[in-house]
Design a protein around this ligand. Structure first.
Ligand SMILES: Nc1ncnc2c1ncn2[C@@H]1O[C@H](COP(=O)(O)OP(=O)(O)OP(=O)(O)O)[C@@H](O)[C@H]1O
Ligand SMILES: [Mg+2]
Length: 330
């Protein structure tokens, strides 16, 4: 009898993120998604035990809007299944099994013109999920429309918040392709732009949720590093921002003296800038004059502006956001 990841069949690569690849697989007639995280850090096992196991343990609780990790496998060195990539002696792989969400990411779902509705429904579901995570002392750390997956049917979609806690757990341990730290954080709170190894908190999660909601209302988009359209809120580089905001654009690969291949970058000034990045430099930025311009000045807009307040203690909690959404929009 096969065990571990080998008990799953019909492997197909369906996506790739900063932390690894995602496959659709089958077991006992059901479809699952498996995320493979390639860990190269020495403390991979400690990280798995201390950071990942508590996330997987959350499966004991059921929540309609959380994409739980329903199984996990950790392989050190030689115990890597032979047919899933070419293992090396230093391979440490963590495989996380989740339910498969047939409608893909909320990002792609909402960007389809036919899916014009569902915005407030998704907001309520996401706020419910984040409140649940925070109630279990879990900071998501990477809330964005690509980390919300969609289950159910097109007429009756169900948002599922995915990848909670992974970015914190993996920040030091993942070097699959080395690009995770170069990515632009379109949903980051002002305080997370303060230093390289930022501290993500419940308050920064609420900010990211607000940035996500603002983009969902206006359907504003930016191009991601790979050219993909992302539902994101942005500001046009303000004149008063003396320091230009640049990003590192990957331009190719280069072989180092040690033989490893690494990406090379050029510095490019940006036209569209993450709102949190602007606030980081100009704390008193008046957001109401810059974002959600198409929206009436109603309770929902006010709530989102509060979620994106510069000062973390001034933001509502996820629970308050959930309540406010349920009271004002049913
Ligand atoms: N449970 C799932 N069901 C269906 N598709 C999924 C599932 N999980 C991931 N995917 C697909 O795999 C893609 C890559 O996911 P992944 O989480 O690795 O990357 P990401 O969310 O774009 O970035 P990040 O690494 O920051 O999370 C997603 O965009 C989605 O299309
Ligand atoms: Mg993800």
């Amino acid at each position: 009898m096969q065990d571990g990841v080998d008990s799953y069949t019909n492997w197909e690569e369906i996506g790739k993120g900063a932390f690894g690849k995602v496959y659709s697989v089958k077991k006992d007639g059901y479809l699952y998604a498996i995320k493979r995280l390639h860990l190269s850090h020495m403390q991979a096992l400690d990280m798995y035990r201390d950071e990942i196991r508590p996330l997987v343990d959350l499966t004991k609780h059921k929540h309609d809007h959380i994409l739980m990790y329903i199984d996990d496998f950790f392989y050190q060195d030689s115990k890597i299944p032979a047919n899933k990539g070419k293992p090396t002696n230093s391979d440490r792989s963590l495989w996380l099994v989740m339910d498969f969400c047939p409608l893909g990411t909320m990002n792609n779902f909402l960007l389809r013109p036919e899916n014009i509705s569902h915005t407030v429904l998704f907001m309520k579901q996401v706020a419910d999920a984040v409140d649940f995570l925070h109630g279990h002392e879990i900071v998501h750390g990477d809330l964005k429309p690509d980390n919300v997956l969609v289950s159910g049917t097109v007429q009756d979609p169900v948002a599922k918040v995915a990848d909670f806690g992974l970015s914190k757990a993996c920040r030091n341990a993942i070097t699959d392709n080395g690009h995770s730290m170069q990515r632009l954080n379109w949903y980051g709170a002002p305080e997370v732009f303060k230093r390289f190894n930022s501290l993500y908190t419940k308050e920064s999660d609420v900010y990211s949720m607000g940035a996500m909601f603002a983009a969902m209302l206006d359907r504003t988009t930016v191009r991601g590093d790979d050219g993909k359209l992302l539902l994101a809120v942005y500001m046009v580089h303000p004149q008063s921002m003396t320091e230009p905001v640049c990003f590192l654009k990957p331009v190719g690969m280069v072989q180092t003296v040690s033989g490893t291949v690494q990406p090379t970058y050029t510095v490019q000034p940006m036209g569209k800038v993450p709102v949190g990045r602007v606030q980081h430099q100009i704390p008193n930025t008046n957001l109401s004059g810059c974002i959600m311009m198409q929206q009436p000045n109603d309770c929902l807009k006010q709530l989102i502006l509060e979620m994106m307040a510069y000062s973390a203690p001034n933001r509502p909690t996820a629970q308050q956001v959930k309540w406010a959404l349920n009271i004002t929009h049913d």
